[in-house]
Ligand binder design. Structure first.
Ligand code: ZN
Length: 391
């Protein structure tokens, strides 16, 4: 394990609306922040199409990544101060700190342009790209990690893939209450202007403790943890599953799907208007092709497609950029029959039902609210006698 050394003489700080100061005191962290693969995240929105509903939510994956790093840094600091290595339930060994911080900073580095929707159409996988960016010799991130220690890229990749042997490190980055979720809930609540996502981070951080196989929370923090669970649920129902954002996602999905279909018939048009998408239309993309894309590049292509001769391509591009969402209505198993009826109506007034209707389920989203007693790691509360009990 690598000791926490090479500290910067002058600590660097990044001003942040959620954590006020994000503190960087190690050269490796600063070098990774400045790597081009990391800077690229400035051009990828954290919340995809949510800004069409909550106009303030223009924040990027870059700012979220710094926030996750900062929460992980605070957790490590608390562990190293208050949880000695020899405690009965398994304390904290501070030589794991740098690995934890690097994994926190890089956990989302493989996210791409309009992540979830893009993946759906072109069958890319941001989790695999995260690992590729960390372990491929061609990236700046790999070079920085490898120059620091030859086995570091592999270790960081293992933490992010949750296969690393030390579950304390893994669970700080990825568990039911981890640095990732705590940052995105607070950050998304702040930027959307909603209050649902707020919870008492300071209190949670005071009660988090390392245990033998991961992390737990002291009994005195139980109410703060419960409040976090409720906030998380409300953010999913009110923000992440919002019907207008989902409707804009449907337009984006259909726009990309149509472009993919049209490319097979008229490649020349797309060579001229959207060259960086060609490897994805051909499904022969490499890591460097993926790294060339971001939300801004795609939006520029959509602006070109607004002038397309193909009426649906042009209309969907306009609807996406000028925010003209489709209307949504909910249905149950009983009222399912109306779906066919509605498709007929849409066709009857001159719209192609393939591109102007869709079924969309909130449960297709990659993240979810907390379900107790599932296969995932659960929230453990440490009772006064040291026993662990699920929340
Ligand atoms: Zn994240």
């Amino acid at each position: 394990m690598i000791p926490y050394e090479e500290q910067l003489i002058n600590e660097k700080i990044f001003r942040d609306p959620i954590h006020n100061y994000i503190k960087v005191d190690h050269q490796l962290i600063l070098d990774l922040i400045n790597a081009k693969e990391m800077q690229r995240l400035r051009h990828i929105k954290q919340l995809g199409t949510s800004n069409f509903t909550f106009h303030g939510s223009e924040h990027s994956r870059f700012t979220h990544s710094l926030g996750v790093y900062e929460i992980a840094r605070k957790i490590c600091k608390i562990f190293s101060r208050h949880c000695s290595q020899n405690s009965v339930n398994g304390g904290w060994d501070d030589s794991k700190r740098l690995l934890t911080l690097v994994a926190a900073l890089l956990h989302d580095i493989g996210h791409g342009a309009y992540s979830h929707t893009f993946e759906n159409i072109f069958h890319t996988n941001h989790e695999q790209f995260t690992i590729d960016i960390i372990t491929s010799e061609q990236t700046e991130v790999f070079q920085i990690l490898h120059n620091f220690a030859a086995d570091f890229p592999e270790k960081v990749a293992q933490v992010i893939q949750k296969t690393y042997k030390d579950q304390q490190v893994v669970q700080i980055i990825s568990s039911q209450i981890d640095a990732d979720r705590m940052d995105y809930l607070l950050r998304d609540a702040y930027y959307t202007g909603t209050k649902y996502g707020t919870f008492d981070l300071t209190r949670i951080l005071r009660t988090i403790c390392p245990v033998k196989d991961g992390i737990a929370f002291k009994l005195s923090g139980m109410h703060a943890v419960e409040d976090y669970i409720i906030s998380r649920y409300q953010m999913y129902m009110q923000v992440y599953f919002h019907p207008t954002s989902r409707a804009m996602e449907v337009i984006l999905k259909h726009l990309l799907k149509l472009a993919y279909d049209l490319y097979q018939k008229d490649p020349e048009y797309f060579k001229q208007t959207s060259p960086r998408l060609l490897p994805f239309f051909k499904e022969e993309y490499k890591l460097e092709d993926y790294l060339h894309l971001n939300d801004d590049v795609l939006n520029t292509y959509f602006a070109e497609w607004k002038q397309a001769k193909h009426p649906i391509l042009s209309d969907l591009a306009k609807r996406f950029l000028d925010r003209k969402p489709l209307k949504s209505c909910s249905y149950t198993d009983k009222s399912k029959a109306i779906i066919d009826e509605m498709k007929k109506l849409v066709s009857a007034v001159g719209f192609d039902a393939n591109y102007y209707t869709a079924l969309s389920s909130s449960y297709d989203l990659p993240y979810d609210f907390y379900h107790p007693k599932t296969k995932h790691t659960q929230i453990e509360i440490m009772l006064t006698d040291g026993q662990l009990k699920e929340l």
